[in-house]
Design a protein around this ligand. Structure first.
Ligand code: AVI
Length: 322
């Protein structure tokens, strides 16, 4: 195993979160946002092409098919803010449709610098677009975007790809309420949500045959090794996808194959694992169409339209701030 030296530029927030999550008394856990370093983001991109994982393609199909209608429903000059833009690939259809109508400002909000750069590169060839990226957490970035908007401009916020599903339900509602507080009545939110499907489909999607999702999950331990000078032996952990019926979610865990001790030097902690003990790394909640409308109403939105994909249960929900 390659033993990593303590890096000169330790990310102290990451170190603190890893220490807190792995020293919890009952279920050990790590925040899913740390799955997305450069390697994790590249692996997620591969996941989105896997035949077992239809979510991203469903999202793209809906945006492509309904972009004209979405644009027709969002009146007047529009500024588009996207929370977690990623590479920006699936937003192209929508932005092209807006820009055919009039000059449009696009504000991607991303914590990943490389994703922002990629997104600006991917979309800058669209005629009549102006792009200003914000390297920020979602709500912090959206607040800045709102301050940028010109008078009379509508704000359309995109939160696509069912990223909301990676929050637990209460946190999802809190997040939508936070978005609503930044918007003015009449502004819109286009929310992508993965819908409920059978347990067998979910297990296939989150534990694919090729092992890409397993690599995506295990990369979190590799990242801790790289960035926090830890000595996780990746061969001694197994990726597990598990259905949580009560939460209506699919969870990813990393299961320790044997009792073992791991040293995480930059977090100044030694963590003991029992045989079969797991680290919970992600939950992906699934929704019904009614769930989404109910959550939207509680957060201060009206559910204007829901478009559903025919091949993979997924919905694009256009919500209007009331
Ligand atoms: C980004 N997010 C919506 C994905 C999901 O399906 O929850 C992340 C993912 N995890 C495993 N596969 C994909």
């Amino acid at each position: 195993m390659l033993v990593h030296a303590i890096p000169a530029n330790i990310n102290y927030e990451f170190a603190a979160d890893v220490r807190a999550g792995l020293t919890r008394e009952h279920q050990k856990e790590l925040p899913s946002k740390y799955l997305y370093d450069d390697v994790g983001s590249a692996l997620f991109e591969v996941i989105s092409h896997l035949p077992e994982y239809g979510l991203t393609r469903a999202d793209e199909r809906l945006l492509r098919r309904h972009s004209r209608e979405i644009v027709d429903r969002v009146k007047g000059p529009v500024a588009v803010a996207e929370l977690g833009s990623g590479s920006g690939r699936k937003t192209r259809w929508l932005l092209e449709a807006f820009c055919r109508r009039q000059r449009t400002s696009y504000y991607p909000v991303e914590i990943s610098h490389s994703a922002l750069v990629m997104c600006e590169r991917e979309l800058s060839d669209i005629d009549a677009i102006s792009i200003v990226g914000f390297e920020r957490e979602y709500l912090e970035g959206l607040l800045e975007v709102a301050a940028y908007r010109k008078s009379g401009e509508h704000l359309l916020v995109l939160f696509l790809g069912s990223t909301i599903g990676n929050f637990d339900r209460m946190a999802g509602l809190k997040f939508l309420s936070g978005v609503r507080r930044i918007l003015k009545p009449g502004d819109s939110l286009l929310l992508g949500t993965d819908l409920e499907k059978s347990s067998s489909e979910l297990i296939r999607a989150y534990d694919d045959e090729l092992g890409v999702t397993a690599a995506f999950n295990l990369n979190l331990l590799a990242r801790i090794n790289r960035e926090l000078a830890a000595d996780f032996d990746l061969a001694q952990f197994k990726h597990v996808a598990r259905i949580n019926d009560e939460a209506r979610s699919v969870e990813m865990h990393l299961r320790s194959k044997r009792p073992q001790k791991v040293h995480i030097r930059a977090a100044q902690v030694v963590v003991e694992f029992g045989q079969d003990e797991t680290i919970w790394t992600e939950s992906s909640h699934k929704y019904s169409l009614d769930d989404v409308c109910e959550m939207a109403r509680t957060a201060g939105f009206r559910c204007e339209v829901q478009w559903m994909d025919e091949q993979w249960p997924f919905a694009e929900n256009l919500l209007v701030a009331v």
